[in-house]
Design a binder for this molecule. Structure first.
Ligand code: ZN
Length: 426
C-alpha cells in the first residue's frame, strides 16, 4: 500500500505534467491513423518511448500464427501492416509485480468532416472537452499511460518491476494487434488498458464477429425484371433474417451473468452495403458488411457456425436464394468476450488508486463493444483491467474526452503502477 506522502507527491507530478500531456494527446490526434495508416503515429510513439529511455522494439503481425489462433481475425486486403510498438522498463532489481500498459492508435473513419464542429484531426479544446477523432478512443488513454510513468519519474521514483508500454493497431477491426503481443509471448502479472470507460472498470464485455454476405443474381434489363433476380432486393431479405437471429441472441441474455440487466446487449450492425452496376440493369451482385456481438463464454467459431446455419436455413425458404445461396465470409473480428471476475488483487489495488484520485469507490459495468482486454483475460490468463476517462460520441461526430476526468484517471494510473509494481527511488 502507498503511503500518503508518496501518493501526494505522485499526484502533484501528474498535475505538473498535465499541460504537456494534453499537448502530447493533441499531437497523437493530428495523425489520421485510420486502419492501415498507423505507421506515422507508431513511429512517433516509438520515438517518444525511446527518448524516455525505454528499450523499444517493433513487432510485426504474423498472419499465419494469428489466423491459426481461435481468436485471430482473418486477414483481408484492408488489414494493417503497421507495426506494434513496445517500450519496456526493466528495474535493476525486481521487487514487485510486472505490468503491461496498452493502448491502440488506430481510429475509426471520421465520416463527412462538415458534420464536425471542428476538423476531426485538428484537436481543439472547448471548456473541459478536448475534441478530435480518436482523442477519447483512445489517444487520451495512450498519452495517459506514458505520462503516468513520467509522473513517477518526476516524483523521483521508478517501478520496482518490469513495465511494458504497448502501442497496438487493429483494435477497431480484428483485435489482432493485441493478439500478436500474446503470440510473441509478451505477458506480465496484470494488464491495464485505459479505454474511455467512464472512470469505471469493465467487468464483462461481449465478443465480436465481422462477416460479409455476398449475393449473386442474373443481370437482365429492368423491363424483364420478373425474370431476373435482384441481388439488392435479396440483401434486404437477408438483413431481415439476420435481425431475427439478433433478436434470438438478445432473448438469451438472462442466461448470461452481467448481461441480464441490459436491454439489447447483442447489436447487429449492417455497416456497409454495395452492389449493382447501374440504374437500368437488375443488379447481379450485392455485398453487405456486418458486425455482431456474442456473449462471453461463446466461442467465435460456434457463433460463426450458428450464423452460417441460420442463413443457410433462410436461403432454402427464399425463391431466389435457394438457387444461389449467399456466400458468408468472416473477414475481421473473430473474438470471444470476457469476464474479469471480482475479487482479484489487481482490482483491489486499482480501487485504492481510484479512491485516492477521485474520492469515490471504483464501480464496474458491462460493455457491449469489443475490447483488447479479452486477449489478456482469455489467453494470458492475467487480471485485465479496462479503465479510462469520461468521453462522449466515440465513433461519432464531435468525439470528445473530458480533461478533468483525464487528469483523474492519469493520477489513478500512476498510483496504480506505484502500488502494483512497488517503487524504488531513482
Ligand atoms: Zn478503443
Amino acid at each position: 500500500m502507498l503511503d500518503q506522502n508518496k501518493a501526494d507527491t505522485i499526484g502533484r507530478a501528474v498535475e505538473d505534467g498535465f499541460d504537456a500531456q494534453i499537448a502530447f494527446t493533441q499531437d497523437l490526434i493530428r495523425f489520421p491513423s485510420m486502419r492501415g495508416q498507423e505507421h506515422d503515429v507508431q513511429d512517433f510513439v516509438f520515438d517518444a518511448l525511446k527518448e524516455r529511455g525505454y528499450a523499444t522494439t517493433r513487432l510485426h503481425m504474423d498472419q499465419r500464427a494469428i489466423e491459426a489462433h481461435e481468436g485471430g481475425g482473418k486477414f483481408s486486403a484492408e488489414h494493417s501492416d503497421a507495426p506494434i510498438v513496445i517500450g519496456t522498463f526493466t528495474p535493476s532489481k525486481t521487487l514487485g509485480r510486472s505490468l503491461i500498459l496498452q493502448s491502440h492508435t488506430d481510429v475509426v473513419p471520421a465520416g463527412p468532416h462538415e458534420m464536425w464542429r471542428f476538423d476531426p484531426f485538428d484537436p481543439q479544446i472547448d471548456g473541459d472537452w478536448l475534441y478530435g477523432r480518436g482523442g477519447a478512443d483512445m489517444k487520451a488513454g495512450h498519452a495517459a499511460m506514458i505520462f503516468a510513468m513520467d509522473a513517477l519519474r518526476a516524483a523521483g521514483l521508478v517501478p520496482a518491476a518490469r513495465v511494458e508500454i504497448q502501442s497496438v493497431v487493429e483494435e477497431e477491426s480484428t483485435g489482432n494487434g493485441a493478439l500478436m503481443t500474446y503470440l510473441a509471448r509478451h505477458t506480465a502479472d496484470a494488464v491495464l488498458i485505459p479505454e474511455p470507460e467512464e472512470e469505471m472498470l469493465v467487468r464483462a464485455n461481449v465478443g465480436t464477429l465481422w462477416f460479409s454476405v455476398e449475393l449473386r443474381g442474373t443481370p437482365v434489363h429492368v423491363r424483364e425484371m420478373g425474370a431476373g433476380a435482384n441481388a439488392i432486393d435479396a440483401a434486404y431479405r437477408v438483413i431481415q433474417s439476420l435481425r431475427t437471429l439478433e433478436a434470438r441472441w438478445n432473448n438469451n441474455r438472462h442466461k448470461h451473468k452481467y448481461f441480464n440487466d441490459l436491454s439489447h446487449p447483442i447489436n447487429l450492425n449492417i455497416g456497409k452495403i454495395e452492389g449493382g452496376d447501374w440504374g437500368s440493369s437488375v443488379p447481379a451482385w450485392c455485398r453487405i458488411q456486418c458486425r455482431i456481438a456474442i456473449y462471453p463464454g461463446i466461442k467465435a467459431a460456434d457463433a460463426a457456425n450458428d450464423i452460417e446455419a441460420h442463413l443457410t436455413e433462410f436461403a432454402k425458404s427464399d425463391n431466389y436464394l435457394s438457387d444461389i445461396p449467399p456466400k458468408i465470409t468472416f473477414n475481421g473480428f473473430f473474438a470471444e468476450g470476457y469476464v474479469q471476475p471480482p475479487g482479484s488483487e489487481a482490482e483491489a489495488v486499482l480501487d485504492r488508486a481510484h479512491r485516492a484520485a477521485t474520492g469515490a469507490p471504483l464501480q464496474s459495468f458491462t460493455t457491449p463493444g469489443y475490447l483488447d482486454c479479452r486477449v489478456y483475460r482469455l489467453y494470458n490468463d492475467i487480471p485485465s483491467l479496462c479503465y479510462g476517462p469520461i468521453s462522449e460520441n466515440i465513433h461519432g461526430f464531435d468525439e470528445r474526452v473530458s480533461l478533468q476526468s483525464l487528469k483523474r484517471i492519469t493520477t489513478t494510473m500512476a498510483l496504480f503502477i506505484a502500488d502494483w509494481c512497488g517503487t524504488t527511488k531513482i
